[in-house]
Design a binder for this molecule. Structure first.
Ligand SMILES: Cc1cc2nc3c(=O)[nH]c(=O)nc-3n(C[C@H](O)[C@H](O)[C@H](O)COP(=O)(O)OP(=O)(O)OC[C@H]3O[C@@H](n4cnc5c(N)ncnc54)[C@H](O)[C@@H]3O)c2cc1C
Length: 251
C-alpha cells in the first residue's frame, strides 16, 4: 500500500484563470518521483475520493503540480492556503521513459502539458509541441522554451500557430528525425498523435487521464481497453499506466 504524506503547500499561484500552480514540500515523494507519475490528492475533508494530478516538476525535496478547477474536488483543493498541509499519496503509476531514445518529440494539449514538463527536463534535445484552445489558456510556454525547442498552437490562432499542435508535429517529423513521441492531452488529440505515429513508423507513448477511483488498482474505475484478448483486454490506468504504448490501447 502506498503511503500518504501531509505536505506543506510552500508556493501557490493562479497563472491562468482557474488553473492553480502548487509546490509542496514532499521529500519522500520527490526522492523517487519520475516523469509521468501522478499524485493522488485528498482535496479537503468534504471530498471523499482523492483526485489524480500529474507530477509537473521534481525538486530535491519538493514536488510541483498544476491543475485546472473542474468540479468539487479541484475547487476545494484550489482554496488551500500557503503554509497549510495537503494529504498526498504518491508517486503513483508508471513513467514515460523506459529507455533512452534519440530525437524525442513531445506533444501535449491543455492540462496534458503538465506531465510533459518534468519529462522534457530529463530528455536530451527534445522538441515540444503545445496546443491550447486560445491565448487566455496558454500556460508554461516560457518555461518549456527555456529547456526545449517549443512550438505553440491555439485552436483560434490567438497565440502561435492557428490550428492543432498535431499539425505542427506532423510537419516536423516529415522533415526531421524523430525516434519517439510522448503525448498527453485530450482523447481526440491522442488519437491523431497515435495515427500519425503509426503512419510514420515511430513508437509512441501516451499518458491517459481517465476518471479515477482508488488510484491503486483495486476499484477498476479507470480501466482502459487494450488490443489484447483475455485477462489483458482491460488495463488499469492508475496501476498499469497512466503511460501506455499507443499501439496497445484503444483511445
Ligand atoms: C493520471 C491523471 C493525471 C492527471 N493530471 C492532471 C493534471 O496534471 N492537471 C489537471 O488539471 N488535471 C489532471 N487530471 C484530471 C483531474 O484528475 C480531474 O480534472 C479531476 O479529478 C476532476 O476532479 P473534480 O472533483 O474537480 O471534478 P469532478 O466533479 O470529479 O468532475 C468535474 C468534471 O470533470 C470531468 N472529469 C473528472 N475527471 C476527469 C478526468 N480524469 N479526465 C477528464 N475529465 C474528467 C467530469 O466528467 C466532470 O465533467 C489527471 C487525471 C489523471 C487520471
Amino acid at each position: 500500500m502506498k503511503k500518504a504524506y501531509l505536505c506543506e503547500l510552500v508556493h501557490k499561484s493562479e497563472p491562468v484563470k482557474n488553473i492553480f500552480d502548487f509546490t509542496v514540500k514532499a521529500p519522500e515523494i520527490a526522492q523517487t518521483a519520475k516523469p509521468g507519475q501522478f499524485l493522488h490528492i485528498l482535496c479537503g475533508e468534504k471530498v471523499f475520493l482523492r483526485r489524480p494530478i500529474s507530477i509537473c516538476d521534481i525538486f530535491e525535496d519538493k514536488i510541483r503540480f498544476i491543475f485546472e478547477v473542474k468540479g468539487e474536488g479541484t475547487k476545494a483543493l484550489s482554496t488551500a492556503a500557503e503554509g497549510s498541509k495537503i494529504d498526498i499519496m504518491g508517486p503513483l503509476g508508471n513513467t514515460f521513459v523506459e529507455s533512452d531514445i534519440d530525437n524525442p518529440v513531445l506533444i501535449g494539449g491543455g492540462i496534458g502539458i503538465f506531465p510533459l514538463y518534468a519529462l522534457a527536463k530529463q530528455l536530451r534535445d527534445p522538441v515540444v509541441f503545445l496546443g491550447f484552445r486560445s491565448k487566455d489558456r496558454v500556460i508554461m510556454t516560457d518555461e518549456f522554451e527555456k529547456i526545449a525547442r517549443t512550438e505553440v498552437a491555439t485552436d483560434d490562432g490567438s497565440y502561435g500557430y492557428k490550428g492543432f499542435a498535431v499539425e505542427l508535429m506532423k510537419k516536423h517529423i516529415a522533415e526531421h528525425k524523430c525516434g519517439v513521441i510522448y503525448s498527453c492531452g485530450p482523447a481526440p488529440m491522442l488519437r491523431s498523435v497515435k495515427q500519425i505515429a503509426q503512419e510514420s513508423g515511430i513508437c509512441c507513448r501516451v499518458s491517459l487521464e481517465q476518471r479515477m477511483g482508488c488510484g491503486i488498482g483495486a476499484c477498476l474505475v479507470c480501466s482502459c481497453e487494450t488490443i489484447f484478448e483475455g485477462t489483458d483486454k482491460y488495463k488499469r490506468v492508475c496501476k498499469d499506466g497512466p503511460v501506455f504504448w499507443a499501439n496497445e490501447v484503444n483511445i
